[in-house]
Design a protein around this ligand. Structure first.
Ligand SMILES: CC(C)[C@H](C(=O)O)[C@@H](O)C(=O)O
Ligand code: SF4
Length: 468
């Protein structure tokens, strides 16, 4: 039976945070529970605050890290960063100074919790169900895996949130993506989200907040759910969300910023009310059969240009498609397994958590990276680095001939000096394969950690399943 007040997860979180409702003339004013900040998109906002003599409205709801411009080779001090990349050094020093001046918590160089902003929020337990979370970064959608409404904002909006803890927003529409079926061995959350983007297109989610549902999603652990939500933005969506459940609660329990004791019990009560009502209506519905999926790889210059690793690259005559294949130097009609690989990158906010590293290590254990291939493994946070080292993953990577690095965004976008050379082909576990994303003229194939590791061994894009 339909009841008129049935609501989706998104609608519940939205309604809980309305300070002033939307009208035809004005967007809604939305209260923000957590503002994550990093060194790239904050300098202008701090300058604005300073020039207007403003303080942060809620420094206690603001959490900073440095990730994009930080070196992944060990450095002794801030000064050493200049050696890596000059602009980067300035950004990092400025972030330190700004956070000190405004009294903000920053996970700087010495912090065990420094790492990619979308990795440390969940790791600290700051990311929680039902929260509104923003950051001047498009992959803020990652935090939606916990049933939070989380999205990227522009630099001007970063300033608004700093000054007011609020944001002007138009209410997006809702899109449910129902993913059903058990994943075959060697097929991961990364393959699921790449397949979804392949199916609905890079603008398939435009104007919508996606809720991922179905038994494939509920069977996923939090790392996998984060991988899925992370790439919502690559389907054009405003945000991606997954209903919180026991998997979510177990992940959060006991983390430093999660509620404790009686507060935890009260939080659980609230969180259990968040999932979409059974008769809630979505503006749009898409169904995906995940049981038939194979490992996916991108062949073009957007994440929607994707095929199964053994499938031939499709042939289309439109100019955009031709241009993408030309840039990628990938022929239509042949599978990517014929393409030679120069670089393999395991990392980024999509796939740099412990289980991702474990999957790559499982493929590499006792094997070696092919001659001429450079493989870089970059954990998402210093905590993940420590956890990985505690179980010997660093040794597996080093023994295989891969480089084991400090945490950060690294080669995902190459702001810190970790780049792919012009013309080189990189198999990357990151989320964007745009022209020049990993370096000028670099060619990027997006894939799962297992596919990336298998490709490193073979020296061509490779199906990981024979290595499992
Ligand atoms: C630098 C930052 C603004 C950017 C983003 O918003 O996503 C980056 O993280 C990216 O992945 O391209
Ligand atoms: S890892 Fe990549 S996608 Fe994620 S925040 Fe950093 S640059 Fe952006």
């Amino acid at each position: 039976m339909r009841s008129s007040n049935a609501r989706t997860l998104f609608e519940k979180v939205w309604a809980d945070h309305i300070v002033r409702p939307e009208t035809t003339d004005t967007p809604a004013i939305l209260y923000i529970d957590l503002h994550l900040i990093h060194e790239v998109t904050t300098p202008q906002a701090f300058t604005l605050l300073r020039s207007q003599g403003l303080k942060l409205r809620r420094p206690d709801l603001t959490l900073g890290t440095m990730d994009h411009s930080t070196p992944t080779t060990p450095v002794g001090s801030l000064q050493d960063i200049a050696v890596v990349a000059e602009g980067a050094a300035q950004q990092v020093a400025q972030m330190e100074a700004n956070c000190r001046e405004f009294g903000l918590e920053l996970h700087g160089f010495d912090s065990l919790h420094r790492g990619i902003v979308h990795v440390i929020g969940p790791e600290l337990g700051a990311t929680q169900p039902g929260k509104t979370i923003v950051c001047g970064d498009s992959h803020t959608s990652t935090h939606g895996a916990f049933g939070a409404l989380a999205f990227g904002i522009g630099t001007t909006e970063v300033g608004h949130v700093m000054a007011t803890q609020c944001l002007l927003q138009r209410k997006p529409k809702t899109l449910q993506i129902e993913v059903r079926g058990n994943l075959a061995r060697g097929v991961t959350a990364k393959d699921v989200i790449l397949a979804i983007i392949g199916q609905i297109g890079v603008d398939g989610g435009t104007g919508h907040v996606i809720e991922y549902r179905g038994n494939t999603i509920s069977a996923m652990d939090m790392d996998q759910r984060m991988t899925v939500c992370n790439m919502s933005i690559e389907a054009g969506a405003r945000a991606g969300m997954i209903a919180p459940d026991d998997t979510t609660f177990e992940f959060l329990h006991g983390r430093p910023r999660a509620p404790q004791g009686a507060d935890w019990e009260r939080a659980l009560e609230r969180w259990r009310c968040l999932p979409s009502d059974s008769d809630a209506q979505f503006d749009k519905t898409v169904t995906v059969d995940a049981s038939a999926l194979q490992p996916m790889v991108t062949f073009g210059t957007n994440p929607g240009m994707v095929v199964g690793v053994n499938e031939p690259v499709p042939n289309r005559s439109d100019a955009g498609f031709r241009k993408a294949l030309e840039y990628m130097q990938i022929p239509a009609g042949k599978p990517l397994t014929e393409s030679a690989v120069d670089v393999v990158f395991v990392g980024s906010c999509t796939n740099s958590r412990l289980s991702d590293l474990q999957q790559a290590a499982d493929v590499l254990r006792g094997r070696h990276v092919a001659k001429g291939v450079r493989m870089l493994v970059v954990p998402g946070s210093q905590q993940i680095k420590a956890d990985a080292e505690a179980i010997g993953l660093d040794e597996v990577f080093r023994a295989a001939g891969a480089e084991w690095r400090e945490s950060g965004c690294s080669m995902c976008l190459g702001m810190n000096g970790d780049t792919v050379a012009p013309g080189h082909l990189s198999v990357s576990t990151s989320n964007r394969n745009f022209e020049g994303r990993q370096g000028k003229g670099a060619r990027t194939v997006l894939a799962s950690p297992m596919t990336a590791a298998a490709s490193a061994i073979v020296g061509r894009v490779a199906d990981p399943r024979p290595f499992l």
